[in-house]
Design a protein around this ligand. Sequence first.
Ligand code: ATP
Length: 248
Amino acid sequence: AEAEDLLEVNNIEVIYNHVILVLKGVSLKVPKGGITALLGGNGAGKTTTLKAISNLLHSERGEVTKGSIQYRGEGVANLSPSDLVDRGVIQVMEGRHCFEHLTVEENLLTGAYTRKDGRGAVDADLDMVYEYFPRLKERRRSQAGYTSGGEQQMCAIGRALMSRPETILLDEPSMGLAPQLVEQIFGIVKRLNEEQGVTFLLAEQNTNVALRFAHYGYILESGRVVMDGPARDLRENPDVKEFYLGMS
Ligand code: ATP
């Protein structure tokens, strides 16, 4: 049986500053329980797509001017990022965004702020996060600002997990990380998907690694989806091989 689509983006257009048309009709679907990758080069529109979904465009003077976005069949246009968290969708932004002056553990706990199920459940989830990211446990009393780039990326994902999300929108997890760490982080994403059932939509320039871990991919070029398919097919596609897999 086909998995239910949690998220549906239908033909959206995004304009920045009233004039700059950046997304020119993007459509995609994110099935429950899958890892879906949004691929493409610098400036293709990956981050803009994720921000459109989680309603983070306003602060950038961006606007969805056409099309619609639904999560579990409900339009998200009037939902704030925290409304979305309540519905199970959380975004991990590019560049990580931990609170530098808080410790790693304090950062993780800020991710649980919307929860109403009490300290016991939150502690259990902290243990769960530490099980996936043993490195964060070792560093739990360190100020986040003094941890490495890889640790900060782990901290940002861990913090998102603390809200018990159904879906994580993950922007460029490989950015600035050494290849070995990229492998490690993608390996954890895969385990979270398989063991905790977390659905992922991830934006990634590193086509190579993304297509090894994702189930399905969409390739964006200049604000349009130019190709999509099962990751296995995209990996074998001659155009993808020539234009994307050689790159990283
Ligand atoms: P990257 O990997 O660099 O983040 P991306 O595929 O995520 O690339 P976007 O960040 O979505 O691409 O950017 C798409 C286009 O929109 C780019 O041409 C970019 O210059 C432009 N853009 C992004 N943010 C703004 C903004 N606030 N105002 C005007 N143009 C913007």
